[in-house]
Design a protein around this ligand. Sequence first.
Ligand SMILES: NC(=O)c1ccc[n+]([C@@H]2O[C@H](COP(=O)([O-])OP(=O)(O)OC[C@H]3O[C@@H](n4cnc5c(N)ncnc54)[C@H](O)[C@@H]3O)[C@@H](O)[C@H]2O)c1
Length: 375
Amino acid sequence: MFPGRMRIAVVPGDGIGVDVTAEAIKVLDRVCESRGIDLDAVYFPWSADHYLQTGETIPPGAFDELSRGYDAIFMGAFGDPRVPDMKHAADILLGARFRLDLYVNFRPVRCLDDRLCPLKGFSAEDVDFVVFRENTEGSYVGAGGHLKKGTPDEVATQEDVSTRKGVERICRAAFDYAVRRGRRRVVMSDKSNAMRFVGDLWQRTFFEVAKDYPGIEASHLYIDALCMQMVKDPRQFDVIVTNNMFGDIATDLGAALQGGLGMAASGNLHPGRVSMFEPVHGSAPKYAGTGKANPFGAILTAGLMLEHLGYEAEAQAVERAVAACVRERAGTADVGGTLTTAESGNAVCERLRFDDPAGEAPAGTIRSKESVENA
Ligand SMILES: NC(=O)c1ccc[n+]([C@@H]2O[C@H](COP(=O)([O-])OP(=O)(O)OC[C@H]3O[C@@H](n4cnc5c(N)ncnc54)[C@H](O)[C@@H]3O)[C@@H](O)[C@H]2O)c1
């Protein structure tokens, strides 16, 4: 990476992934133009359309190229009813996570405006925690199979694979982040009362790792209890660490606390290596091309990418601009506005300001100077 230069691989994907990626890159372009950063965004067509036309999901050697030639990767979303087995999504999205060993799925759950907070008696500032979702193991590794498929005696298995190395590194990432960012608590969540073998590994590893971080309060909640507590009182959480599937599910609930899936951002990280950024939501095919998709989650994701690449002031400017749009209802219908996807992207560009001192952001917008760098 060269200071002042940013080379990004962009894979818009399917459905609304295409719509929201266009707005995220529009905002990124505006940021770079305003700040004298030379942005080189290189687009890749990998998607359901590309797969159906060519039979290729992602070409051989693509991940090597991505990991060597780019500072970061930005992806939209994948999923198309014409590809019911999701082969292309598995090869591209899970492929990136697994092949690039992006073991941290970093998902901030932060509400930007009181109006978006769905919890009675709570305000935006009460929803401010991060989830570290293990991203390369668990039940998403594809271990399992069918027996007697298509018969009345059919059997299907799906195995949950956890390794000591995998659990330890995600737990360490969560604690390191808590230390770096002045967060006081790390909660590990599993289902060790029912899933005893992997649960035992997670329990032992988490509490062993916790001993190296005496200043951080380490505790445990079963995943069902965690979901209940997220709704009952989100203020109790600073950092949550959990496995691949539980993190997937809990962060959709987290997105609801932020104002919906259209508001949620994520980074797929391997500290020190090329990382990949994508909004939390999927391809929502019924909204594709209609102008109804909220691009703010994708734009906030571009903000996470900026922060990860060391452009913290620029990332904060992006978040402030999105928060201002939400406050002024300058967004899509899901956040109470009347704008289209593209108009919402324009609205963010119009509100980008780089002169606000970080400490003077309006209440409900930037409350901490957290960075995802090395998260
Ligand atoms: N990371 C990914 O690429 C990813 C993640 C989840 C789902 N998927 C795939 O996406 C497809 C659709 O899945 P789904 O319908 O379960 O989930 P989804 O996230 O695509 O949409 C669920 C609902 O959330 C709302 N929503 C989501 N994003 C929004 C946005 N930006 N603006 C406004 N509203 C938004 C819509 O009401 C939508 O119907 C499936 O093929 C699924 O497998 C992909």
